[in-house]
Design a protein around this ligand. Sequence first.
Ligand code: SF4
Length: 330
Amino acid sequence: MFKRDKDAPSIISPLMIAACSKKKPDPNRMKIRHGPDGTHIFDRSTGTNLLLNEKIPHLNSWTNSPRQVSIALTNACDLSCVHCYAAKKPANLKKESVKRWMLELDSAGSFGIGFGGGEPTLHPDIVEICQFGQERTNLAMSMTTHGHRLTPKLIAQLKPFIHFLRVSMDGVNSTYENIRGRPFSDLLEKFELLKGQIPFGINYVVNRQTIKDLSTAAEIAATYGATELLLLPEEGVGLGNKIDPNTIRELQLWVEDYSGDLRLSISASHQSIVNTQIPLTKELTHLAFVHIDAEGVLKESSFDKSGLKVDDNNVLEVFERLSSRRELIA
Ligand code: SF4
């Protein structure tokens, strides 16, 4: 039974409850991290996050692994979106490497893995990797996809293993079609397949062209059962053009006015726009998130050009080297 001492001033952030469900947390699979904000407890089956901050753990016991790790399984993609950030050099991660990293990260205290790409459903071992993560670790697993490869069969295969799916949808109708080069009606068919199967949210790249569709897109997504809208102001990376200041201001106003059902979140570089109420205010940036690209290079973020190759090394040793390099530069 998951209990909380009623006298302990704990903070539960609604934004951090990634996959609200009626399931009960499984005490045998809960994960714990210690840090400057307190003791953070997480259960992947319900998405419950609990921060016990009455007593701050001693520095020596702080968890020294990244809380969340995104892994680009492949650079391959069958779309050609106009703002694509993904690397174009062909690369696929080996399933053996990904499995080994997952075991290591899980035992060191990481809470979740987000698979991406490229298009992660093009990785030949995607189902096997997700199954491994579910059965052999206590990591929460999410995946970002353009959605067009989802079929009833693939959804049924992924459903037992993926806790949250992020589907890209930047605009509706012709706005979407001009960016993604696929009929918007095809995406809606995929939402219909997903409805009630795997908890999902929308990833929305915000720019001058897409901002006008934001309200309609949020309404449509909610009718199909999406629970979250992740706003991604466009970055000047890859084929992307950095969002202009006027659009940022419009986005701020939109967020202030939004009263729909979707939980709003936003990329780290624009955190001030959405009040996420994340209580981990003292968490060191490098411990919050890291990225491993499709060539096996560990980076501080997916936008970084350089990092350190993991290869056959222990991923946490490479993480520590990357963190020390960061301290030296700072
Ligand atoms: S943005 Fe995503 S879906 Fe579009 S081409 Fe790039 S990797 Fe593929």
